[in-house]
Design a protein around this ligand. Sequence first.
Ligand code: 13P
Ligand code: SF4
Length: 299
Amino acid sequence: MKKQIEKVKREKNAVILAHYYAPSEVQEIADYVGDSFYLAKIAKQSTADIIVFCGVSFMGESAKILNPGKKVFMPDLTADCAMAHMVAPGIIEQMRAKYQDLAVVCYINSTAELKCQSDVCVTSSNAVKIVRELPNQNIFFIPDRNLGRFVAQQVPEKNIILNEGCCPIHARMTADQVKNEKNKHPHAHVLSHPECEEPVLALSDFIGSTADIISFAKTSDASEFIVCTEVGVDYKLINDNPDKRFYFPEPHPCCADMKLNTLESVLSVLEQEDRVVEVPEEICRRAMIPLDRMLELAK
Ligand code: 13P
Ligand code: SF4
């Protein structure tokens, strides 16, 4: 199947992008593997005729918005991020009415419609930098309360208003689960994604995006790590560091939507070109503004 994917990909001048949470065998055949920020930049720059995005819908949508002339496909169009929808209707307007200088800062893990109502997008790898650089004092951070709180701690000079959204997979990890792993591996360093709840982050030696966690593990002198993010990152962690050991809280945090990207679905979408990511032109035009602003401010 891998050979067949390679062949069709070449014939059609297609490129395969995969997030670190995609299954290992999909990361293995992908042309680019990375965190949300890296993949958004790759999608924007791509000169391939076809982009196959192995992630969840906000990633496919962002690729289409950033590069609207391209045909963007997803192996499974039902792969969605639960958090992307967690903003109550009308709340953005309410906040704008309350604070005159408000900036609506939208985590890229959000629907295209939410991006349209926002001033700037961020990912977990650039949120702190971008919020710090905004001229606005009042920030409404949507949809993730955990990333929002993490940013608020790093940028105490701003008034950051949190929204009640979260990633169910990251929010499920508990401090007790991390402590259990710590008891089993007392020398292990704890590396966490900022989507985790505060009690987990409080136990962490390092907090960062998936790409940041991967580069921290590589350069760290430690040889054992407890990793508090989706278990798909273990493919890159183990490949990069065959002599180091990685443990995840039990039960392992697994994003079922990311796992809908299989070799079978990648091959069939390449062959059939049927699972097109469609974003209405007007939404594309409006959502491109905060996404482009993110790319600019993150430089
Ligand atoms: P990254 O910003 O590290 O890619 O994280 C995306 C994500 O979905 C985390 O759950
Ligand atoms: Fe969304 Fe959480 Fe899955 Fe990331 S791990 S894609 S935030 S549901």
